[in-house]
Design a protein. Structure first.
Length: 65
């Protein structure tokens, strides 16, 4: 595909989170369940802004007989 666009820096970065709900292993010393935890896996600081939709690169298309 042929793509045209530019990279734009975001004013506020986005965080990609993974939610961990309490289970059998998520207990403290007294056996109480801990609350839901969120793990930050990535920070998104830039985005790609495209001008147009992608154009496919087509070469040597066979003709139907």
């Amino acid at each position: 595909h042929i793509l045209y666009g530019k990279i734009i820096h975001l004013e506020k970065p986005f965080a990609v989170l993974v939610k961990h709900t309490p289970g059998d292993q998520d207990c403290d010393e007294l056996g109480r369940e801990t609350g839901t935890r969120y793990l930050v896996t990535a920070l998104i600081k830039d985005k790609i802004l495209f001008k147009t939709r992608p154009k496919p690169i087509i070469t040597n298309v066979p003709k139907k007989v």
